[in-house]
Design a protein around this ligand. Structure first.
Ligand code: MIC
Ligand code: SF4
Length: 754
């Protein structure tokens, strides 16, 4: 089987001793995630206490997971590191490059036809370096990881921001860029700033229409898209223990939407049930022996206020369903308030599509609850008013749900069953008519709803909710439908109501599959040849970035001053561009095309200071590069929110940008910039954002003295000749400054190997 019980036992063998040592050094009881972190120090036995939010710490994670859209760049970099095999068990999952159009069978074949070059590349690199390969159609990375690899007490990194999904099974699982994955696969220390801790105590119990999704939609509303930055969110309390493992996965998954480093639940009976149901009795047995270490110490539970940087309490018994959106996942509206809120905001009331799926909500339990609503609709003579589509999370979920009749129920209600893959969640949706850019509403059970994300249409209002709510709303066809109070009219003209959903935590007859889509690597990969065609438009070997020349950067021009929300979807759009994820030069043609220019409030139209003309961002960047002029990107709060895609850092670097100067960063993106040899800087005075003018020239005054903790001075020369000197903060430590000097973190690894 795909997981590795010996590795897990090895982790457990060390855990007890290391946690005891850490407790003695820190001098107080530890929370669960602290235990896992201290048990995974690169240097082994803990010898010092680390300050949360300050100390950089070297870790050694147990596993690496990569998905097809990020694995290409991660593996292109790993190929340069000069290793024979990955140092820790690693897997590649083909899930992003599959479009949803007519239904699973046709769509999957179509994806294989279109992307075989990339799939073959990933397969052969996996074979060569001992990486497990999950074929297209096997499922979405985080669902497959939860079913096969996640284990309580473990630590994992993944090249995808929703890697924290595995926190549902008690793992510290963190989303990173590909260069970080290279560190871990190369057996080098993986660095992270010791996270702060947010405790969320769950009391009461979910009932009726409320679901785990509503817990995280509530948290997102409370903390907003940046409220979790730099923190691990730990859930506990009797409410936590009443949730299923996959339900907890949903909550941890969407911790990415509040910027959290990761989220986690302790090991409990539900975790054990899930491990056993997914054929991992040996892991459950091993975890049971270590139970006291796979949770916080008792003192933490009795006096949480003494142990967390921030504490929140949520009573599950009082939760009602919620819909978050449009355009941002933290705009929360309880279902009972939707009528007035939607009307007041002019959100289109008719719902065109209801979509169930994504790594957040595609488990067996999710499908079972949504199917129970679909079944009622059939029994009560209702039809769906909206179109309805479903992406199961994995082949195991799909096969089992099919066997148990759920898929037939959905189909009887005219739902389309798409491939076990990301699909519409990442713009891999060939939605008819989307190009007309009509104003419309969709509801989905995914996690992100940024503008254009699902179908490329900027006028699609997308709302995030639970799968059962998606089913109910698709049936009613209305955004403001409240299944707790509202009646529907059936085919016979009668008024009917939908009862609360009923779900099954785990399949009564066990999970099943015929072919789960896993392919183990060959024993000896040394003879495997990895072929990259030099004329390919989808794959390109990396050339490596140039080292810093040791001089102050001067005469840099403003590429764009981005206004407002600028997520990684704005910096390096997904959807149709996913096809170029393995080709740095080609994908660079989408650089920042979604960002709003603060000076004309238009997208993809910036002033070329060399010609005075306005043009697309990538072309303008290329013009500066050709002229040997460095460029600078300026941004607002939480710049780089969302995805882990390091393309958002590599592309500007490739196009000659040297620095990104913003009000604040999202964690993964800030690290990605550092790893790729860029300067990731924040305004020491946030008001200085307003000082940046369109024709500014930037001169660094003391880059030659780049040191940890010391802000950099930048001179702005405005068009009228006047000047401002501003201070830019940074969070580079000694090691990270070396990355900058070397041109990238990878250049340093290469130098060490040579
Ligand atoms: C996403 O949900 O935005 C993605 C696509 O899964 C990304 C990764 C990517 O851009 O490939 C993520 O969340 O990290
Ligand atoms: Fe795939 Fe969407 Fe999950 Fe990202 S959020 S991994 S695109 S399903």
């Amino acid at each position: 089987m795909a997981f590795d019980i010996d590795m897990i036992k090895g982790v457990y063998a060390k855990m007890q001793e290391r946690v005891d040592a850490a407790k003695a050094i820190v001098g107080r009881p530890l929370t669960y995630s602290e235990k896992i972190l201290y048990a995974h120090l690169f240097d082994g036995q803990p010898t010092a206490a680390y300050t949360r939010g300050e100390s950089y710490v070297d870790f050694t994670p147990d596993r690496v997971a990569m998905q097809d859209a990020t694995a290409q760049m991660a593996l292109l970099q790993f190929m340069q590191a000069g290793k024979v095999k990955t140092a820790v068990p690693s897997t590649v999952h083909c899930d992003h490059l599959i479009q949803a159009k007519v239904g699973a069978k046709t769509d999957l074949q179509e994806a294989i036809n279109k992307s075989s070059e990339v799939f073959n590349f990933l397969e052969s690199v996996s074979n060569k370096y001992g990486i497990g390969f999950w074929k297209p159609g096997a499922g979405i990375i985080h669902q497959v990881v939860l079913e096969n690899y996640a284990f309580p007490g473990g630590m994992m990194i993944g090249t995808d921001s929703h890697t924290p999904n595995a926190g549902g099974l008690g793992m510290v699982a963190i989303g990173v860029g590909g260069a970080d994955a290279v560190d871990v696969m190369a057996g080098m220390p993986w660095e992270l700033k010791m996270p702060k801790l947010i405790g969320i105590k769950l009391t009461g119990e979910l009932s009726g229409w409320a679901s785990p999704k509503d817990v995280i939609l509530e948290v997102a509303g409370l903390l907003t898209v940046k409220g979790g930055t730099g923190a691990i969110v730990e859930y506990f309390g009797e409410g936590a223990e009443s949730l299923s493992a996959t339900g907890k996965g949903t909550i941890c998954n969407m911790g990415a939407e509040i910027g959290a480093t990761t989220s986690i639940f302790a090991y409990d009976d539900a975790s054990e049930r899930y491990l056993r149901a997914t054929d991992r009795d040996d892991v459950a047995d091993a975890a049971n022996e270590l139970r006291a270490y796979l949770r916080s110490d008792d003192e933490v539970y009795s006096n949480p206020e003494n142990f967390y940087d921030q504490l929140i309490e949520i009573n599950l018994s009082e939760l009602e369903p919620r819909l978050n959106g449009p355009f941002t996942p933290d705009l929360m509206t309880p279902v009972s308030k939707m009528k007035e809120t939607a009307a007041a905001n002019g959100w289109p009331m008719d719902v065109e599509w209801g979509l169930i799926g994504s790594c957040t909500n595609s488990s067996y339990e999710d499908l079972s609850r949504a199917a129970s609503i679909a079944q009622q609709a059939i029994d009560k003579g209702l039809v769906t008013k909206s179109s309805f589509g479903i992406n199961p999370g994995s082949e195991q979920v799909r096969y089992t749900a099919d066997r148990d009749g759920f898929l037939k129920t959905f189909e009887d209600l005219d739902a389309v069953i798409f491939t076990n893959a990301c699909g519409p969640c990442i713009g891999q949706w060939d939605r008819e008519g989307a190009d007309k850019e009509e104003k419309n509403t969709i509801v989905h059970s995914f996690n992100r709803n940024f503008k254009k994300r699902a179908d490329g249409n900027p006028n699609t209002y997308a709302f995030v909710t639970s799968p059962e709510m998606v089913a109910a709303i698709a049936i009613s066809g209305r955004l403001d439908f409240n299944p707790l109070t509202d009646k529907l009219i059936n085919k016979n003209g009668e008024e009917v109501m939908l009862d609360a959903p009923k779900g099954e935590e785990l399949p009564a007859n066990g999970y099943a599959y015929e072919d789960n889509g896993y392919q183990a690597p060959v024993e000896d990969g040394s003879n495997v040849e990895v072929i990259v065609n030099p004329s390919s438009e989808r794959l390109q070997l990396l050339a490596g970035f140039k080292p810093w020349n040791g001089q102050n950067i001067t005469g840099a021009k403003l590429l764009i001053k981005a206004y407002g929300k600028c997520t990684t979807d704005h910096i390096s759009m997904a959807g149709p561009w996913l096809r170029f994820r393995g080709h740095l030069d080609n994908i660079s043609n989408n650089t920042l095309i979604g960002a709003v220019n603060a000076f004309n409030e238009e997208v993809n139209s910036v002033k070329n200071q060399l010609t005075g003309e306005y043009g697309p961002v990538p072309d303008t960047a290329r013009a500066y590069k050709a002229a040997g002029v460095p460029s600078i990107i300026v941004g607002d709060e939480n710049y780089g929110e969302g995805s882990s895609r390091e393309h958002a850092a590599m592309q500007p670097r490739h196009l000659g940008s040297v620095a990104v100067l913003v009000r604040s960063f999202a964690r993964i993106h800030e690290t990605n910039l550092k790893k790729q040899g860029m300067l990731a800087l924040t305004f020491a005075d946030k008001a200085d954002y307003d000082k940046i003018q369109e024709d500014d020239i930037f001169n660094f005054l003391d880059l030659t003295e780049f040191t940890p903790g010391k802000p950099l001075k930048i001179e702005l020369v405005h068009a009228d000749g006047s000047k401002d000197i501003i201070l830019a903060n940074h969070t580079y430590n000694e090691q990270q400054i070396k990355w900058f000097k070397a041109g990238s973190a990878l250049n340093l690894i290469k130098a060490q190997e040579a």
